[in-house]
Write a protein that binds this ligand. Structure first.
Ligand code: AMP
Ligand code: GLY
Length: 423
């Protein structure tokens, strides 16, 4: 079968790498892909922000299955569009993807369905923000309603700061149209957990859980990023907690969406805070996490194609996934300046030596290749991922590989999974 993966980051490289292992796939395309992905799939140019370009591509390639990496095409309705042409595609429709594309929709949905989440208020105007702020304790989380490429959430230490961030968002200066509504939220504390499930619109099957590292610096310092590293172990969530999360969060979401006429198929990413009051939802994403997908798929032993097809075909079951008991860890190497402005085009050294290491895979997030030499082409450049029987060894192996790689200005966190290893 012919499979098309849409996107071109580290998450898509992990998807392509795993799919390439399936005996059922005869041809694998990635649109647009990147320098590293080109070794595992045929990269084809595409503008993922433009549905017409994706439809034109599928018309040409006639894929038997399409998997979408980034949220933007999903929230624009790529699934609805492909379905109308009869092309099987994994993911939620535009209406179902609102769980990610509108934070106010997600908050009100959670309230309607009694899904645990932080207290909140939705404000349309600066006056509403000022009238609402006295009801919150500090710190206060201010969120833009729409998609803001990771720039739409600010944890404000004071009410004055919260007010000025909300004013900036509502004025359109900060995140454009994504800020026409703002959500004020109680600030939660605890460990964050990325809990991803597959659904066929009705049933839910959890993937192994992972933890991301959102801040740019060690010890969770500095600004938020797309994610600087992640790990997954069998012990991150025990069976009892896993069942609780399925019954109290994932299943009510899928049942609620169906009841509201927006059946949710695909992967649902529940971003959780494990608070003293119990697990609470920080956000939903309608797609695989990046970089969580890298360590998660490193642990998947069964054929990913079967699980994707089960979701599309309405028959997901636990049997679609067989997981390794091993632990895995991914360290993201970023360009100087990331998450702010950065320079691209730096030559990357050391990839061949890492290629020879066992149970280590370097997923390319933003690279280009010329004459067998790789160059950086974005903020997050590589996701160096390793697997081992225990987390400490997986982390050690990942950092051993990182130490062999070099490019001008590269930076990475030195403390991926460090908190879990201390426990
Ligand atoms: P979101 O885009 O909603 O996932 O938010 C991005 C990040 O902001 C999360 O991964 C958390 O680290 C942080 N965050 C979001 N909401 C809250 C909250 N209510 N309390 C504390 N931190 C939050
Ligand atoms: N790593 C966070 C995300 O994928 O949204």
């Amino acid at each position: 079968m012919k499979v098309l993966v849409i996107g071109g980051g580290g998450r898509e490289h992990a998807l392509v790498w795993k799919l390439a292992q399936s005996p059922r796939i005869t041809k694998l395309y990635c649109a647009p892909g990147n320098g590293g992905i080109a070794l595992d799939a045929e990269c084809v140019p595409a503008d993922v922000k433009n549905l017409d370009s994706l439809v034109a591509l599928a018309t040409k390639l006639q894929p038997d299955l399409t998997v979408v990496g980034p949220e933007l095409p999903l929230t624009l309705g790529v699934v609805d569009e492909f379905q109308s042409h009869g092309w099987p595609i994994f993911g939620p429709t535009r209406a179902a993807a609102q769980l990610e594309s509108s934070k106010s929709f997600a908050k009100e949905f959670m309230q309607r369905h009694r899904i645990p989440t932080a207290h909140y208020a939705i404000c349309k105007t600066v006056d509403e923000v000022r009238a609402t702020l006295p009801h919150f304790h500090t710190p206060i989380v201010v969120k833009a309603d729409g998609l803001a490429a990771g720039k739409g959430v600010v944890v404000a230490k004071t009410k004055e700061e919260a007010a000025s961030v909300a004013v900036e968002m509502l004025s359109g200066k900060m995140v454009g149209a994504a800020g026409t509504l703002v959500v004020l939220e109680e600030c939660l504390t605890g460990d964050e957990l990325s809990f991803l499930v597959f659904s066929d619109g009705e049933r839910v099957v959890p993937l192994v859980a992972a933890q991301d590292h959102k801040r740019v610096g060690d010890g969770d310092s500095g600004p938020n990023t797309g994610g600087m590293g992640a790990y997954s172990t069998a012990t991150i969530v025990d069976d009892k907690m896993r069942d609780w999360l399925v019954h109290h969060i994932a299943e009510p979401v899928i049942a609620g969406m169906k009841a509201e006429g927006a059946e949710y198929k695909g992967v649902l990413y529940c971003g959780l805070m494990m608070t003293a009051r119990g697990p609470m939802v920080l956000e939903f994403n309608c797609r695989f996490g990046d970089p969580e997908t890298q360590p998660i798929l490193m642990r998947l032993e069964s054929d990913l194609v079967e699980a994707l097809e089960a979701s599309v075909g309405g028959r997901v079951s636990e049997g679609d996934f067989r997981w390794s008991p091993d632990a895995s860890a991914c360290v993201v190497i970023a360009s100087a300046g990331y998450p702010g402005t950065f320079e691209a085009g730096k030559k990357i050294a050391g990839l061949e030596s890492v290629g020879a290491m066992e149970r280590v895979k370097v997923f390319h997030a933003a690279t280009s290749r010329r004459d067998d030499v790789y160059f950086t082409s974005g903020g997050r450049v590589l996701g160096v991922t390793a697997r081992a029987p225990d987390l400490a060894t997986a982390v050690e192996r990942a950092y051993a590989a990182v130490s062999m790689i070099g490019f001008e200005g590269m930076h990475y966190r030195k403390d991926i999974a460090a908190r879990a290893l201390k426990k």
